[in-house]
Design a protein around this ligand. Structure first.
Ligand code: ATP
Ligand code: MG
Length: 190
């Protein structure tokens, strides 16, 4: 298996697509042959590519999964899978195809409640690679640290925290410009 990273969450709007596109940009900047595979029928990652004049990587639809997986096996090849919300089957399929998984969760109590099903889904999928939780859209240090503490107490790894920022809200359709938060959180995987 090449280097394949899935971005998962059962909850909608938790930051999967934003994370997939930013992480892919980080890899591209480091000269990896990276592509994004869009498993979501809504096609947000594909729409991001259509809207932008240029992204430093290609986004493939799920129908091109085999071609994308072959790319991941090239030297320096990386594929990042953006997954749909509320879809246990797609989440499991993406996880099984992956060497690493990022579970994303926004930092609030409702999201925290929805995190357990995502993790259960991941652990039941047969995935046995490295994974952790990335806390996204963090509006206050207190909220982020509270969730991080609870995840760690449950015995799971916290990869990092991405603050809530207008730059991320406006990023759709453009090549990402603010990468520092993702670099701090996920840079160890690059
Ligand atoms: N760190 C952030 N700060 C501010 N806004 C953010 C951040 N991350 C994501 N967003 C915004 O939150 C919304 C949801 O993000 P995104 O589309 O990445 O989530 P998703 O999990 O892919 O959603 P879906 O489940 O619908 O596919 C978008 O409007 C996005 O711009
Ligand atoms: Mg999405």
């Amino acid at each position: 298996m090449g280097s394949v990273i899935s971005i998962i969450s059962r909850k909608g709007g938790s930051g999967k697509t934003t994370t997939a596109i930013h992480l892919a940009t980080l890899y591209a900047q480091r000269d990896y042959a990276v592509s994004v595979l869009d498993f979501d029928n809504d096609g947000s990652a594909l729409a991001w590519q259509r809207r932008s004049e240029r992204l430093p990587f290609e986004v493939f639809p799920a129908s091109k999964t085999e071609a994308a997986m072959r790319l991941s096996e090239r030297k320096n090849g990386v594929v990042i899978i953006d997954t749909p919300p509320n879809n246990a089957q797609a989440l499991g399929a993406a996880a099984r195809a992956s060497s690493r998984v990022v579970v994303v969760s926004r930092a609030n109590a409702l999201e925290e409640d929805r995190l357990a099903p995502s993790i259960e889904n991941l652990l039941a999928s047969g995935f046995d690679g490295e994974w952790g939780v990335l806390i996204t859209q963090v509006r206050s240090r207190k909220l982020g640290d509270e969730l991080a503490g609870n995840i760690a107490t449950a015995g799971f790894k916290v990869l990092g925290q991405i603050p809530y920022r207008v730059e991320y809200e406006r990023a759709f359709g453009y090549e990402p410009t603010r990468l520092v938060d993702y670099e701090i959180a996920l840079g160890g995987w690059l």
